[in-house]
Structure formats: C-alpha cells, structure tokens
Design a protein around this ligand. Structure first.
Ligand code: PMV
Length: 341
C-alpha cells in the first residue's frame, strides 16, 4: 500500500456489476464475508455504478447534530441498514489512512438497484476504489478486492475485468478475486431480461446466513471445486454448449438451496420461470441460449456474440418484459475524472 497525499481528498470511480457463473451462497465467516466456496464470474460491460467520495472537515461542520457521513444514491436517500454498511466501509478506509474526516458520498447506478442485478457488487467496488483514492492511498488490485469483499462479498469480483475467479481462501488475505481470462478472450454476451424494477424483499446478506440450514448445502459445497474447474476448462476451450449446460445446472442447484433453507426464499416470478422455459424452446429452434438467475426476478441469458440480435428479437415477444440490457465481458473498476458533485 502506497500513500500519495494530495490536497483534494476527492475521487470518483466507475465499477461494473458481475454475473456469477458459479454462485457464492453461504459463508465460512459472516463478519469477514468469507464464502463457503470459490466462484467464477464475468465482469459486465453495461451495468455500472459511478461513485464520488470526498473526505473533508466541512462535512463535520455542516451537520453538527448528525455527525456522520452523507450518502446519497441516484440523488436520493438510502435505507438505514445500507447506510450503515457504507459508513462501516468508509471506517475501514479511514483506518487504513490517517484521515479522520467525515465523507460525502454520491452514487449513481445506470440500472435498477436491489433487483438481483448485483448493485451491491458494483456499488461496493466503486465505493472501495473511490474512497481509497480520495484518502490518497494506492492499493494493488488484490488489496482492493480484499477490501471490497468486506463491504459486499461479490464486490471483490468486480475489481478485475473479463472472466474472474474468487479464490476459496480461508483467511481474509487469501479470499480475493483475480482475472482468469481477459474480456476479449471470448465473444459471449449476458443479455439481461428485466421484468420488474421493484426491490427484492430479502437481501442476499440475510439469505447467506440461512444457507447452511438447507439439507442439501453440504452436498452442494462438496461439488463446488470440481464445478469451478469445469467452468474454467469450458471457458478456456470456448465450449459454449458445455459452458451453457453447466451454467443452467448450477443456477438451479443454487436455487434448490434458497428454496430449501429455513426460512426459504423464492426469488423467481412468473416472468423468470417463463423465460427459463423459453430458453429450451429457443434451443430447439436452433438458437443456443442458456440462463442463470441470482437473487432477483430478472434473468440473465447467455448467447454467443453472433446471436445477440436474434435473442433480443425473441425476448421482445415475451409478455411483461420491461427492458433488455446487453452486456459483453467488460473492464474492471477504474477511476474517472467526472465527479458527481
Ligand atoms: O455479495 P452478495 O451478498 O450480494 O451475494 C451475492 C449472491 C449471488 O448473487 C446470489 C451469487 C453471486 O456469487 O454473486
């Protein structure tokens, strides 16, 4: 870690969301957010969070009755629990630097938050790089990934670009994400079908804590290492059919855990289910497409680059579809000169 002291304690970062091919669900350590298994993901080109952080003594004086960091998302307020997570993360950065000032944080997503599109991943990745840079520190990608993970587990996978592995470390220092293939290695796309922009009812943080109560959890964990090896092999071979089949099997296995944990969580809606079934119909019509779903109603459909147009025209025919976002493998978290305030 290098200290680069500047007079302006302000910085802006842009961070992508990521989609897990193999899911992080359940933890070995809830405080450090150490996952029960490693996971493989793709960094997304078009689901982005931009965050500006400024540390200043002015923010102590401007709200004497409420001496805390000021946080806004998309120009509006933020839920109390979420605000506490952001403040805790700023505290981690203050601990690493010698800055004790309060901060102003403004964040903007180019997609609806809390709907299973991993806004906490891009959100905490952007907050990590912006806050670290505003504090005048320079961290390696590994250090940034470790720090981002403590804000939101999957955020550690949004630091690198392209195809990414979150290593299954047993300690904070060994649990971080690293690039396995660059973004231009394979021309595939994650086409996100959005059915609702409403927030999901249960956060994934709460869901992780109950994962182990599923009678199938141990069986799942026992197979994750091999599954991750297979994902890496199919990506390396650019074997879309094998990759897609594994992607769907893994998504359904993950939801088998959420459905059988106590209390159970049902994230799908009628639209999600209809689209899952539609993928099989489209494959029979000669369009290779495979799905995955996280903790939300919206569904991610994978196709090879050459088939994006065909898939989009099929999706437009679906009842209740609100929006379609096309993602290629994207670059990782980076700094920007365009401050939000
Ligand atoms: O990082 P969290 O707490 O938002 O958990 C992410 C959980 C999943 O999206 C379902 C899986 C994953 O690996 O991203």
């Amino acid at each position: 870690m290098n200290k680069v002291r500047t007079s302006v304690l302000k910085a802006t970062a842009i961070a992508p969301s990521n989609i897990a091919f193999s899911k992080y669900w359940g933890r070995k350590d809830n405080i450090l957010r150490l996952p029960a298994n490693g996971s493989i993901s793709m960094t997304l080109s078009d689901l982005l969070t931009t965050t500006t952080v400024e540390f200043s003594p002015a923010y102590e004086r401007s709200s004497p009755s409420d001496k805390k960091d000021q946080v806004t998302i998309n120009g509006g307020g933020i839920e109390e629990g979420e605000e506490m997570r952001v403040i805790k993360h700023l505290d981690r950065v203050r601990k690493l630097s010698d800055i004790n000032f309060k901060a102003k944080v403004a964040s903007k997503n180019n997609f609806p938050a809390g709907t299973g599109l991993a806004s906490s991943a891009s959100g905490f990745a952007a907050l990590t790089l912006a806050a670290i840079s505003a504090a005048g520190l320079r961290l390696s990608d590994k250090e940034l990934s470790i720090l981002a993970r403590q804000g939101s587990g999957s955020a550690c996978r949004s630091i690198p670009g392209g195809f990414v592995e979150w290593l299954n470390g047993d300690t904070s220092e060994t649990s971080y994400a690293t690039q396995i293939f660059p973004s231009d290695y394979w021309d595939i796309a994650d086409v996100v079908a959005i059915f609702t922009e409403e927030k999901k009812e249960v956060s994934s943080s709460t869901g992780h804590e109950a994962a182990q109560s599923s009678p199938f959890f141990k069986t799942r964990i026992a197979g994750m290492k091999q599954k991750n090896e297979e994902f890496k092999r199919f990506i390396k071979q650019r074997n879309f059919e094998k990759f897609g089949q594994l992607l769907e099997r893994e998504a359904l296995e993950f939801h088998a855990i959420t459905l059988t944990q106590n209390p159970y969580l049902i994230y799908w809606t009628a639209g999600t289910l209809a689209t899952m079934k539609k993928t099989a119909v489209l494959r029979n019509k000669g369009l290779p497409v495979y799905f995955t779903v996280d903790t939300g109603q919206n569904i991610h459909l994978f196709v090879e680059g050459k088939n994006i147009k065909r898939l989009v025209s099929e999706l437009k025919k679906l009842e209740g579809i609100k929006n379609i976002i096309i993602n290629k493998p994207g670059e990782g978290t980076r700094l920007s000169e365009n401050h939000l305030f």
